[in-house]
Design a protein around this ligand. Structure first.
Ligand code: PGA
Length: 247
């Protein structure tokens, strides 16, 4: 039985004054049967981790560099993130693939660099044009294979399926579409890493809200959610945690 994971992604949002939102999230995490994680901006990791220290909430980063250290101005290594008490990182978010031109090979290298120090949530997903062309499953499973780190295992890796057209748009795939895609991802993973694939958590992401969380989290092979906009306040995020625990 895979325990549900609800992960927030604050993206480029949040100042130290916003950390007060974490108090109610931490309180909810203590009493629900569901893992809770939040990828905050790097500037807030240390403060956020201190704020939730007495709760099971995991604080993480939104990206990591693939090198251990060196001449990479503005970038952060896994050791640096670990040093400020991050316990996980996202890799391969579609906004980074688009805005920073990250390739699946880059994403794979980042996950491999992180694995000894941080858990990893690997993001994959198709664009609207790719879905309209009937190529969504092919694109997503190809991206998964190319991004999947060596030694992928459920104790440090989760996969988030995030259709690019559903992120921040208020649009979501149908439950049937999510079930079909997660089934295809699970099948591909089995081909790549065998039986271990059945323990890897597959998250759905893209316009998850308190209103649609119960339905999306009931889709086949959905083990949690990756939540952007609705993770910014406890009022919106806590009901998603509760929906996941009930799913
Ligand atoms: P959204 O973002 O929930 O705001 O659509 C999800 C994500 O990008 O992880």
């Amino acid at each position: 039985m895979r325990r549900k994971l609800v992960a927030g992604n604050w993206k480029m949002n949040g100042l130290s004054t916003d950390l007060a939102e974490l108090d109610a999230i931490a309180a909810a995490a203590k009493v629900t049967q569901c893992d809770v994680a939040i990828a905050v901006p790097a500037t807030l990791i240390l403060l956020a981790a201190k704020r939730v220290v007495d709760s099971p909430v995991m604080i993480g980063a939104q990206d990591v560099h693939s090198a251990e250290k060196g001449a990479h101005t503005g970038c952060l290594s896994a050791a640096m993130l670990n040093d400020v008490n991050a316990s996980f990182t996202l890799v391969g978010h579609s906004e980074r693939r688009a805005d920073q031109g990250e390739t699946s090979a880059d994403v794979k290298a980042k996950a491999e660099a992180a694995r000894d120090l941080l858990s990893v949530i690997l993001c994959i997903g198709e664009t609207l044009a790719e879905r309209d062309a009937g190529r969504a499953e092919e694109i997503v499973t190809t991206q998964l294979e190319a991004s999947l780190p060596k030694g992928a295992a459920a104790n440090w890796l989760s996969v988030a399926y995030e259709p690019v057209w559903a992120i921040g748009t208020g649009r979501t795939p149908t439950v049937a579409d999510v079930t079909a895609m997660h089934g295809a991802i699970r099948a591909k993973l089995r081909g790549l890493i065998g039986g271990e694939a059945d323990a890897v958590r597959l998250l759905y992401g893209g316009s998850v809200t308190a209103e649609n969380a119960a339905a999306l989290l009931s889709a086949g092979d959905v083990d949690g959610a990756l939540v952007g906009g609705a993770s910014l306040t406890a009022a919106k995020f806590v009901p998603i945690i509760e929906a996941a625990a009930a799913a």
